[in-house]
Each structure stands twice: as structure tokens, then as C-alpha cells.
Design a protein around this ligand. Structure first.
Ligand code: RFL
Ligand code: PHB
Length: 389
């Protein structure tokens, strides 16, 4: 078997890369460890930057997104008694679109199947070979049989726990990391959202977020311990805790119902440098992690893939490895700015265990500054809608 680009991982990064390259006449094979159903069962991000929407249009997979995505012109950040609206449209002229990562993934999977492109699901023991030379290979096991794929380039889009980054010799890669001493407990429920726009709420009991997937499906989160036991949280306990952390108007508007998904996600900031090792390129969560507070994880995977597809198109046109060089530098410049924003939003809104009164006052001063300064709100807004690329 042979292809031009072997893509490891069928998450949003791998699938979008495959689609963008297909539109440029470049052949790909995707190897995914899990089943398609498993990949679609993971509930993750929900907010798309306009750049991500543009890229999905470029990939030819935006029909359902245009029909069903909810365009949001602003969101609120609040504390116990006040709520401040960030008017994204007025401050930046741009909006974000609420459309679940699951739906993005489903649209990309369908487009890939329709184009007759190969995705191998349930590929076990994926291994990367010889990416320090010009003839890399990838191998995997399926139904007890080892398969081998020759390629020109390997794209590592296999997430934080994937095999791609782990295959790079330790001395060739530098990592930067901060683990936060808390997580998010998320609930998905078919109930009317408590607000038309997202609410990011700071409270002395911990952060809470009101989000949604549609006009009838809500997604809520509360800050919890990093190792929180999800089984200790009945639906009732979750709804009670959520309402305690919201301002009275939002709390009164929360509609409760049975959860259809409930899970805990740890919060982490992580960056690997560089993103190119010979003929192996990393993108998305394989290369970096942001805490979800800024809604940047999925959007960053999309901008990485944009830069990577440009580098690969140039490389296949010229045949020169030099054309792959810029990928890492261009992608990392944007990654670090999204890392900064996600870290800042996280610091502003969460309760840090062991926090002292000074830290709490600093958070209050940050709120006051946002309230009183259009420049501060514009800075927040331009990062939230996504820095240009
Ligand atoms: P993904 O989505 O993790 O996809 C990687 C794919 O690679 C597969 N894989 C392998 N395949 C073959 N061989 C191996 N050895 C492999 N190892 C792994 C995996 O099965 C998977 O299908 O990474 P990608 O494509 O880079 O996309 C990134 C986004 O998924 C991610 O940034 C966001 O979802 C982050 N994130 C969130 N972001 C937000 O903006 N808002 C959120 O609410 C939010 N919630 C989350 C999240 C990430 C989570 N993770 C990673 C645990 C909640 C969770 C639980
Ligand atoms: C979500 O809807 O899952 C979501 C929205 C905004 C965030 C994080 C998660 O910042």
C-alpha cells in the first residue's frame, strides 16, 4: 500500500487535513485506533471561530453547519451578582458559531466516505518508521494481520495520548506544560438553554459555564477536582451546584432534565516544539493542549491544519523538503497566543485551591477593568473570535 500523506488519527485535525488535501489532489490514508462510532460518541468542543467556519467551507463540508449552526454575536462573563456582555460583533465585526465537534466530525467523515477515501478504523499498534529519511512508512495490525503503508509524509493528528509525538526521540523535542489543580464536570441534556448566549461564571464555589449545542440541547460545566469521581454526581447534585454558581437571573432560567452525557475533563496547558521532525509533522492535540476556558482546542487544530495543508501543497508541487520548513514556525506563533489567552481566561475565572485574598482581588480588578475599558473588552473579543491566519 502507498499514499502521499499517511494521517494518524481521525479526530477533527486528521479528517479536516484529509479533506483539504483531497481538494488539492493529494492522496491520503487515515489510520484511527478507535471505531467511527466511538469517535462520534466523544462530547467535546462546541464553539467555532469564523476562521474555522471558513476552513470548513473551503473543505466543502459546511452545508449542515450553515443550516444548523447558531451564530452568536456575544457572550457574557459574570460573577455572583453581575454579568458583563462581551459584544463580539460590535467590538470586532465578527461572530462565533455554536456547532458541536461531534457534528463537525460527522460531516467530515461523511464527506470522506462520499469521496471514496480510505480510513482504516480500529487500527491497532500503529507504528511510525523512517521519518528521518525520505521514505517513511507506517504499520498497524488489524484482525491479527500486520499491514504496511509507504508514504512521503506522516501527519501526526492523534491527540495528546497518540503515538506520533511519542515516536520522536526525546532529545529532539522540547515540551512546556502547566497542569491546573482542577477539572471540569460537564453535562449534556435535552433541555432549553438558560440563556441565548454563553455565560462564563466566576463564583467562590468554583467556575461554571452555560453553553449549548442547539436551541433545545444544553451543555453545562462546573469546576471540580481534577480527579473528581463522576459517579458521585447525581443529576440533581449537578443541577443544584450549577444554579448556586450562577447569577439569580441565570439560575432561575436553568431548566433541568436527565443528563445524556456526564464526564470529567482535566485542565492542562501543553506545547511541544518543534512540530516538524523530518517527514513527520504534528497538529492539533498531538502538538498542544489548552484548557477549554477559551474554547480554543478545536479551533487551534483547524489553524494548524490550514498551515500544514499549505506546506504540503508547496512540498508536493516542488518536491523540496525546504517547503515543509515553515510549518512549525507559522503554526507555533499562533499556538502560543491561543495558549496565552486560554491560560488568562482560566486564571480569571477559576478558584485556585490555596488561593489567597490578593489573588481573588486581582480577579476582581480584572473584571472591573473589563467593565470600564472598551480596549480591554476588545482584546478579549479579538482573541475569542480567533486571531487571524
Ligand atoms: P482528537 O480529537 O483527540 O483526535 C485524535 C484521534 O487520534 C486517535 N488516536 C490514534 N489513532 C491511531 N493510533 C494511535 N496510536 C492513536 N492514538 C489516538 C484518537 O482515537 C482520536 O480519534 O485530536 P484533534 O483531532 O487534534 O482535535 C482536537 C480537539 O479534539 C480538542 O482540542 C478539543 O476537543 C479539546 N477539548 C475541548 N475543546 C474546547 O474548545 N471545548 C471543550 O469543551 C473541550 N472539551 C476537549 C474537551 C478535549 C478532551 N480530551 C482531549 C480528553 C473534552 C475532553 C475530554
Ligand atoms: C462547549 O459548549 O462545550 C464549550 C463552550 C465554550 C467553551 C468550552 C466548551 O469555552
Amino acid at each position: 500500500m502507498r499514499t502521499q500523506v499517511a494521517i494518524i488519527g481521525a479526530g477533527p485535525a486528521g479528517l479536516l487535513l484529509g479533506q483539504l488535501l483531497h481538494r488539492q489532489g493529494i492522496d491520503t490514508v487515515i489510520l484511527e485506533r478507535r471505531s467511527a462510532d466511538y469517535v462520534l460518541s466523544r462530547i467535546r468542543a462546541g464553539v467555532l471561530e469564523s476562521g474555522t467556519v471558513r476552513l470548513l467551507a473551503e473543505a466543502g463540508v459546511d452545508a449542515r453547519l450553515r443550516a444548523e449552526g447558531l451564530v452568536h454575536e456575544g457572550f457574557a462573563i459574570g460573577s455572583a451578582n453581575r454579568r458583563l456582555r462581551i459584544d463580539l460583533k460590535a467590538l470586532t465585526g465578527q461572530t462565533v458559531t455554536v456547532y458541536g465537534q461531534t457534528e463537525v466530525t460527522r460531516d467530515l467523515m461523511e464527506a470522506r466516505a462520499k469521496a471514496g477515501l480510505v480510513t482504516v478504523y480500529e487500527a491497532e499498534d500503529v507504528a511510525l518508521h523512517d521519518f528521518d529519511g525520505s521514505s517513511p512508512r507506517v504499520s498497524w495490525v488489524q484482525d491479527g494481520v500486520r499491514h504496511d503503508l509507504a508514504c512521503d509524509v506522516i501527519a501526526g493528528c492523534d491527540g495528546y495520548h497518540g503515538v506520533s509525538r511519542a515516536s520522536v526521540p526525546a532529545g529532539a523535542i522540547q515540551t512546556y506544560e502547566r497542569a491546573y489543580p482542577f477539572g471540569w464536570l460537564g453535562v449534556l441534556a435535552d433541555v432549553l438553554p438558560c440563556s441565548e448566549e454563553l455565560i462564563y461564571a466566576s463564583h467562590e464555589r468554583g467556575f461554571a459555564l452555560c453553553s449549548m449545542r442547539s436551541h433545545t440541547r444544553s451543555r453545562y460545566y462546573v469546576q471540580c477536582a481534577a480527579d473528581e469521581d463522576v459517579l458521585a454526581w447525581s443529576d440533581q447534585r449537578f443541577w443544584d451546584e450549577l444554579r448556586r454558581r450562577l447569577d439569580p437571573e441565570a439560575a432561575a432560567a436553568v431548566v433541568t432534565g436527565p443528563s445524556i452525557e456526564k464526564s470529567v475533563a482535566p485542565l492542562r496547558s501543553f506545547v511541544a516544539e518543534p512540530l516538524r521532525f523530518g517527514r513527520l509533522l504534528l497538529a492539533g492535540d498531538a502538538a498542544h493542549i489548552v484548557p477549554p476556558t477559551g474554547a480554543k482546542g478545536l479551533n487551534l487544530a483547524a489553524s494548524d491544519v490550514h498551515y500544514m495543508s499549505e506546506a504540503l501543497v508547496a512540498f508536493f508541487a516542488s518536491g523540496r523538503d525546504r517547503d515543509l520548513d515553515d510549518y512549525s514556525t507559522r503554526a507555533l506563533a499562533r499556538i502560543w497566543k491561543s495558549e496565552r489567552f486560554s491560560w488568562w481566561m482560566t486564571t480569571l475565572l477559576h478558584v485556585f485551591p490555596g488561593t489567597n485574598p490578593f489573588d481573588r482581588r486581582m480577579q476582581g480588578a480584572d473584571f472591573d477593568y473589563l467593565e470600564s475599558s472598551a480596549a480591554a473588552r476588545t482584546s478579549l473579543a479579538e482573541n475569542y473570535i480567533g486571531l487571524p491566519y
